[in-house]
Design a protein. Structure first.
Length: 270
């Protein structure tokens, strides 16, 4: 079957469906019309912009252009992970950036150089950019969920944590339960997604390949690889940010620095 190209008119017809959501918001008094309009406008603007950037990077096909774009995407992902947390502390941006940069780039590098060995050169934008982008997008969810759960959990159980420390527990023993729960929380979405993939939904990458004419067998193999890479990056990223933040909230004398955890300005306004 011939690949069907979409015109801007086709895009406009799809965008018109947002009016349905706006109507629901008005009918139920949800007051979401403004946010829906803003989100739709940003979707169009951001995707058109990245389309222009990708065309330039694809045509240039140089390692520095690919890595430069991926670095920018990683910085934005790290900032977005912090933005989704209800509590902050000094160094949170650095911790999130280290966690998402290290985990995503390590796993993406493994995928490009070990799993997809036929990709030449290794930085080929057709593979490196979408692969790393999908890993970044999913791992930042795990990182933000894990960090938020840990900060809320430790702040909410301050009395219990300090009681354990007073009775002689180490900082690890006092925080271990919260750390375990935080990592579980960060990993839960990707595990749930793996449980139903191919049954309840067909993921975006697989759907895109099917639409572009790739055989179902190849599309399935690619999606399996992507799911495992995403799961690995999410696990590494979540564990990294949880341990990095834990080290900032307890000093070497095994004291809980609860005052270092503060609510974000956005969370306080709520």
């Amino acid at each position: 079957m011939k690949y069907v190209e979409l015109s801007y008119l086709d895009v406009a017809l799809a965008a018109a469906l947002i009016a349905l959501n706006a109507a629901i918001s008005i009918a139920l008094g949800l007051q979401m019309v403004r946010s829906l309009t803003l989100a739709s406008a940003r979707t169009i603007a951001q995707l058109l912009l990245i389309g222009l950037v990708l065309e330039s990077v694809f045509s240039l096909n140089r390692w520095y252009a690919v890595l430069g774009l991926l670095a920018a995407m990683t910085i934005v992902a790290g900032s977005a992970a912090v933005g989704r947390t209800g509590r902050r502390y000094r160094g949170v941006y650095l911790d999130c950036l280290i966690a998402i940069w290290g985990s995503s780039w390590l796993v993406a590098g493994y995928g490009l150089m070990a799993v997809m060995r036929g990709v030449q050169p290794w930085y080929h934008p057709q593979y490196a950019i979408p692969l790393t982008g999908m890993i970044l997008g999913n791992s930042l969810n795990g990182i933000s969920l894990g960090l938020n759960h840990l900060s809320e959990g430790l702040a909410g159980s301050r009395d219990q944590v300090e009681t354990m420390l007073t009775l002689g527990a180490s900082r690890w023993e006092a925080a271990r339960s919260g750390i375990q729960q935080a990592v579980r929380t960060g990993m839960t979405p990707v595990i749930n997604s793996m449980m139903v993939v191919g049954i309840v939904n067909l993921p975006g990458m697989m759907t895109g390949q099917l639409i572009s004419g790739v055989s179902p067998g190849q599309a399935v193999r690619y999606q399996i690889v992507i799911m495992f890479l995403i799961a690995a990056a999410t696990g590494l990223g979540t564990v990294s940010v949880v341990l990095l933040s834990y080290r900032r909230w307890f000093n070497s004398d095994h004291q809980f620095l609860h005052a270092a955890i503060v609510r974000s300005a956005t969370d306080r306004r709520r």
